[in-house]
Structures are given as structure tokens and as C-alpha cells.
Ligand binder design. Structure first.
Ligand code: SAH
Ligand code: SF4
Ligand code: F3S
Length: 436
């Protein structure tokens, strides 16, 4: 039989990256082989993101271009998966009739039906009651670092956010399934796991999130544990102590602030004030010296005044994040914020974004500069695709900073080495191997 090929392109967050590993696993289990060229594919899958309008546009322009593949070869099947699929559902086929299938994030397993040619309907958008028990085949590529889902969905309904609509309600996987998966990864040579959930602090299954971290700490082979994302409202002392006390849990937390104005935080339905957030940061730093804290900021939320914006800038100055993702507010369908009065014009949003980035760049430079001369533990990683310079090795510190060093001795991906930081740059540190 002729080899059947699939082309898979992923947009959006780590949740989608992990889902795509499962999509690849399911298709390969059905005998499909991956191709990097959509022209050679029998099945084209887009795993989409709708978090901001820009993310959507990126996908739709891609989809427009793929139309010609279908004209050339009417046999090729096109499937849209992920968050746009769930959000737009049937509208997608009305808009782009050359699309064959629409699959929501809870319906990845249906790719097996598509592969076998016995998918009864073009749509798979229903809730999957077995989501947390899933044990889909998966195709992980990295070899050293792995993503592991611990929960799906989100119940928070931050007023700007589409995720609760695309990913459904919050559900946690049983801890034994997670431990089994992490133990297998350790046995396969993986060294680091990042636990994934929209709000990992509210993990709730047969144990709490800090208890889960303790159990994963026992998994042989795994040397580092990370997790994203933490919601500030659910960050309790027990997690702070877990970060402090559990040896494999790395000293880094991504803790999205979103705004420095408590008035805007209330409009965002974030359920904490700026002062409460600041107190958590203080406690984290008091208990875990050297912890890296990164964050997300949205500028130009509806009704954000110059004073609110000033509060965000002040917050960035007083907290001093290690790194920041900053976004212009983007109105999303179904969300509460979309219906608010007082939307901010794009020019103001751009100006505010620029001010945020300026302060952040100074913080990042200042914090990284302090690392010069110090010696840090680095886990050597596989080179990024297309960046295979044989004279250097790259890895990350426990605080998740990228370190690039001249190669020395027989260093391999997966090794943990001590590296002296010679020069700090904004997005990476230059080091030299101090000890292997
Ligand atoms: N569950 C995670 C990830 C959410 S999406 C969390 O709560 O942090 C990642 C980031 O995208 C958010 O933290 C927020 O800063 C940003 N974001 C989400 N919706 C947005 C919107 N409508 N406009 C602009 N940025 C948005
Ligand atoms: Fe969106 Fe808020 Fe849920 Fe994060 S916690 S996914 S920002 S609704
Ligand atoms: Fe992720 Fe985008 Fe969906 S950020 S959860 S893929 S909307």
C-alpha cells in the first residue's frame, strides 16, 4: 500500500505543542508518516490558537495559501484542530468549504477515525468524558525535555480570555497516570518535565499539586521539574514551601500579573489585588533566594486610564521580573471584556506596550548582569532545529535562562554541568564550562 503522509502545523501555547505530539502519535500509530511539505501530504492538520486576533490571522492566512494544495490534489484532506476549531466550529467550513474536518482540543483521538477514513461527520467538537484518562500514543521529539499534561481546561473566566470557551471546564488527571508517564520518560532518558495546566495550582485529583510535585520528585531519571502556569490567586504557602524544599523542582515561576492596577485586575476578573500579588512575590523571594519570576502583562484593557497604565509601569519597576510576555489587549468572541465600554485605540495600546517593554528590558539586563562571574548548573539540551553549531553547547539554568558555552570535553545533551557565566545578554548568557 502507498505510504500515507501527514503534514502538521502548530500554533499557540505549550498546550497545543503537547496536543500536537499526541496528534502525531495517533496518526503514526495509524501508519502515517510525517512530511514537512504540505504538497506531499494526504492529510493536512492545523492545530490552531485563538488567544489573540493576531494568532487567528496568522492561521487564516496560512489556510488561504493551503487552498491551492486542495485544487492540485482534491484527494488531500484538511483538518482544523485546536482552539479556533472549537471556537468557530461549523462556521469554519462555511467560510472555507475546502476544509474537511473540524476537531476540538478534546477530540484529538478522532484523528484515528479520519486516518482510517471512517469519520462519520466533519465535526468532532463534543466534550470528551475520558479526557483525563487518555493514554494516546504520542510522538515526542526532544529527548531531554518533555511536556506532561496534569490538567485540562480552565474555570477562571478571566474576562478577556477565550480559553475557558475553547478548552472547557477544569479537569485533573489522576496522579498515578501522571507518575507512570513521568517514570516512563525518565526510563527513556528524559531529564526534565514541565507539568502543564492553565492553572496548575488548582490541580485537584487524588492529591494536591504540592503533593504531586513530591511524588514526581521520586521518579528515577528525571532531574528537573517545572510547571506552567500558576494563577496568583491560588498560589499558597504550600506551593512556596514545595518550591523551596523539593530538590528537583526548579527555582522559577511564571506568575502572570496582567496589570499593576487593582481596578483593572477586578475588571479582568483576576480575583487578586496588586498588593496581594506583590506580597506573594515577596514571600517567594524570601523563601527561595535567587528564584526567577516571569510574568504576562496585557496593556490597553478596556477602560485602562493613563493612571492605571502608570501603575503597571510602577509594578514592573518595583517587582523587577526576570522576563515578561507583554500583549496588547485583543477583544475575543464570547468574552465579557469584549462587551465592556471604553475600548482603547490601537495607537495608545502600542505606545503603552513600548513603555512596558522598555522597563522590562532594563530589568532583564540588570538581573542577568548580576549573574556574571557566578557558576550555575546547566542542563545541556539538544540544539534547536537549524541551530546546530558544533562548537557550542546550549542549555538552561534551573532558573530557566538559556546558556551558551564553547563545547568542552565530551559533553552530551542531558548532562548537567557547572558553567561560569562570562557575559550576560538579554536573551541568553554566555558561559564557559567550569566543571563536568
Ligand atoms: N492559563 C494561562 C495562559 C493564558 S494565555 C494563564 O492564565 O496565565 C497566556 C497569556 O495571554 C495570558 O496570561 C494573557 O496575558 C494573554 N492573553 C490572554 N487573552 C488575551 C487577550 N484577549 N488579549 C491579549 N492578551 C491576552
Ligand atoms: Fe485564561 Fe484566566 Fe484561564 Fe489563564 S486563568 S486560561 S488567562 S481564563
Ligand atoms: Fe493555547 Fe492559544 Fe488555545 S494559547 S489554550 S492554543 S487559544
Amino acid at each position: 500500500m502507498k505510504t500515507r503522509r501527514y503534514y502538521l502545523e502548530t500554533f499557540g501555547c505549550q498546550m497545543n505543542v503537547r496536543d500536537s505530539e499526541k496528534m502525531a502519535g495517533v496518526l503514526e500509530h495509524e501508519g502515517y508518516v510525517r512530511t514537512d511539505d504540505p504538497k506531499h501530504a494526504d492529510l493536512i492538520v492545523f492545530n490552531t490558537c485563538s488567544i489573540r486576533e493576531k494568532a487567528e490571522q496568522k492561521f487564516f492566512s496560512k489556510l488561504g495559501r493551503i487552498k491551492s494544495a486542495k485544487k492540485r490534489n482534491p484527494q488531500v484532506k484538511i483538518a482544523i484542530a485546536g482552539c479556533i476549531a472549537q471556537q468557530d466550529g461549523k462556521k469554519l467550513i462555511q467560510r472555507s468549504p475546502y476544509v474537511d474536518y473540524i476537531l476540538g482540543p478534546q477530540n484529538i483521538f478522532r484523528l484515528a477515525d479520519i486516518a482510517r477514513g471512517d469519520m462519520p461527520s466533519p465535526y468532532a467538537l463534543e466534550e470528551n468524558p475520558h479526557l483525563t484518562e487518555d493514554d494516546l500514543p504520542s510522538r515526542r521529539l526532544d529527548g531531554i525535555k518533555a511536556w506532561v499534561n496534569i490538567m485540562y481546561g480552565c474555570n477562571n473566566f478571566c474576562s478577556y480570555c477565550v480559553v475557558p470557551f475553547t478548552r472547557g471546564r477544569e479537569r485533573s488527571r489522576p496522579s498515578r497516570d501522571i507518575i507512570k508517564e513521568v517514570s516512563e520518560l525518565g526510563a527513556q532518558g528524559y531529564r526534565e518535565v514541565t507539568l502543564l495546566g492553565q492553572n496548575v495550582n488548582s490541580y485537584s485529583s487524588d492529591c494536591s499539586f504540592p503533593e504531586l510535585l513530591r511524588k514526581i520528585n521520586e521518579c528515577t531519571g528525571i532531574e528537573r521539574i517545572r510547571f506552567v502556569t500558576s494563577h496568583p490567586k491560588d498560589l499558597g504557602d504550600d506551593l512556596i514551601y514545595a518550591l523551596r524544599d523539593i530538590p528537583k523542582v526548579c527555582e522559577h515561576i511564571h506568575l502572570p500579573l496582567q496589570s499593576g492596577s487593582s481596578r483593572i485586575l477586578a475588571l479582568m476578573n483576576r480575583k487578586y489585588t496588586y498588593d496581594e500579588y506583590y506580597e506573594k512575590v515577596r514571600k517567594l523571594r524570601e523563601n527561595i533566594p535567587g528564584i526567577a519570576i516571569t510574568s504576562d502583562i496585557i496593556v490597553g484593557f478596556p477602560q485602562e486610564t493613563d493612571d492605571d497604565h502608570r501603575r503597571t509601569l510602577d509594578a514592573l519597576e518595583s517587582i523587577g521580573f526576570d522576563g515578561l510576555y507583554a500583549f496588547k489587549y485583543s477583544p475575543r468572541p464570547h468574552t465579557h471584556a469584549e462587551k465592556l465600554d471604553g475600548h482603547i485605540d490601537d495607537e495608545t495600546k502600542s505606545a503603552r506596550l513600548e513603555e512596558v517593554l522598555k522597563i522590562q528590558n532594563r530589568s532583564t539586563d540588570r538581573i542577568n548582569k548580576r549573574l556574571e562571574g557566578g557558576v550555575l548548573e546547566v542542563l545541556i539540551e539538544n540544539p534547536e532545529p537549524g541551530q546546530n553549531d558544533p562548537s557550542v553547547v546550549t542549555g538552561r539554568t534551573r532558573t530557566n535562562k538559556v546558556v551558551i558555552s564553547p563545547r568542552s570535553g565530551d559533553i552530551q545533551p542531558g548532562d548537567r554541568v557547572m558553567v561560569r557565566i562570562v557575559r550576560a545578554r538579554r536573551h541568553s548568557l554566555i558561559g564557559e564550562i567550569a566543571q563536568t
